[in-house]
Design a protein around this ligand. Structure first.
Ligand code: ADP
Length: 178
């Protein structure tokens, strides 16, 4: 049976996937991940491979930044996937997909996505975490825009993420596209 799956000793594990672009990881993402890690036995942060989105950072770069940012969380691992999130969740025997909600503007998109995912696989619940007020406006795209103009992004991302952002933009390669 799919759902909460038994662990050794008859316990059940609550497993969740936290999918996204993470281009790059921000303190808003980390806030959601840290809070989810307290609710679930294991969290898979899942970097979506979506060539259509033309990310600034490669999948490998995003994975490396996420691994570093989440290294203090024992029950969190970082992976990449392509295809449907519900299929990935089932593959990982996850019961839930975690999504962050920032503003009312996120709601309509997330509502549709959750409804579609439920129709695709009714065994996987979408769980929404409200952003903390400090990061309610924060998005990877806003951070990229500020960094592309040389602005200070240290309030929103880890120092090594900021360094990589400035390095990308100083190479003149990156542009904010997501
Ligand atoms: P996606 O392209 O799937 O939206 P993102 O990397 O933008 O990928 O976001 C991944 C997840 O993190 C989404 O559920 C998004 O709502 C959430 N998220 C992003 N930024 C914040 C934030 N500042 N506060 C709360 N949740 C956030």
């Amino acid at each position: 049976m799919f759902g909460f799956f038994p662990a050794q000793g008859g316990l059940t594990l609550k497993i969740a996937v936290c999918p996204g672009s993470f281009d790059p990881v921000t303190f808003g993402h980390l806030d959601i991940i840290e809070r989810s890690a307290k609710l679930f036995d294991h969290i898979y942060i899942a970097v979506l491979q979506n060539p259509g989105k033309m990310p600034l950072f490669s999948v490998e770069e995003r994975l490396a930044m996420l691994e570093r940012a989440s290294s203090h969380l024992d029950n969190v691992s970082v992976e990449t996937f392509s295809g449907l999130t519900v299929d990935y969740a089932q593959h990982k025997q996850a019961n839930a997909i975690i999504r962050g909600l920032r503003a009312v503007t996120d709601f309509e998109f997330e509502f549709k996505l959750a409804a579609m995912n439920r129709q695709l696989n009714s065994h996987v619940e979408t769980v929404f975490m409200m952003t903390c007020s400090e990061y309610s406006f924060l998005s990877s795209s806003a951070v990229k825009e500020v960094a592309s103009m040389g602005g200070d992004v240290s309030r929103w991302v880890e120092p090594y993420v900021a360094e990589q952002l400035y390095s990308k933009f100083s190479q003149g390669r990156g542009e904010s596209r997501t």
